[in-house]
Design a protein. Structure first.
Length: 163
């Protein structure tokens, strides 16, 4: 039998912990961030920092705890967060004199994280020998290697054919 959190029966504008089952995580890509007016559960409006995600209709209000985690993962500069992936989870935390479910950013870079291959591609394509290609490829991070394997193979074929 499927289990449904009661909050899923209401149309909340922002994503929340109720959307994840216990132990479930969700990887999202930050599309943009901004500050916007948000109404809390008591009806009071306040300006909050919000993240919108690629392919997701609901944004997430980012509290200081989650911002600090994203800073540890990527940078304190919010413009550098765009295009980066984060992993969300539901955690029980003490707040407002009670233990409540809270949406948290996990302190891990998701394995499916997008890698900017602009510089690694330029380095690989500039190689002039197979030895040069091998040392350049091995100098890349594991994520960069995985993202550029087809480029490496094309350069290898070009260099092998030129002998």
């Amino acid at each position: 039998m499927s289990e449904t959190h009661w909050k899923q029966n209401f149309n909340y504008k922002y994503t929340g912990a109720y959307e994840l089952k216990q132990g479930e995580t969700k990887v999202v890509t930050i599309a943009r961030t901004c500050t916007e007016e948000v109404m809390d559960t008591s009806g009071k409006k306040q300006m909050c920092f919000v993240a919108y995600f690629e392919g997701q209709s609901k944004p997430m209000v980012l509290n200081k705890t989650n911002c600090k985690t994203i800073e540890k993962l990527y940078s304190p500069i919010i413009e550098k967060w765009i295009g980066k992936q984060i992993c969300l989870e539901s955690k029980q935390v003490k707040a407002f004199g009670d233990v409540v479910d809270a949406l948290r950013v996990k302190n891990i870079v998701p394995r499916t994280s997008k890698v900017d291959i602009t510089i690694p591609q330029q380095l690989l394509e500039a190689c002039i020998s197979l030895d040069d290609l091998k040392s350049t490829y091995l100098s890349l991070s594991k994520d960069e290697q995985a993202a550029t394997v087809s480029i490496k193979d094309a350069v290898k074929a070009r260099l092998s054919g030129s002998k």
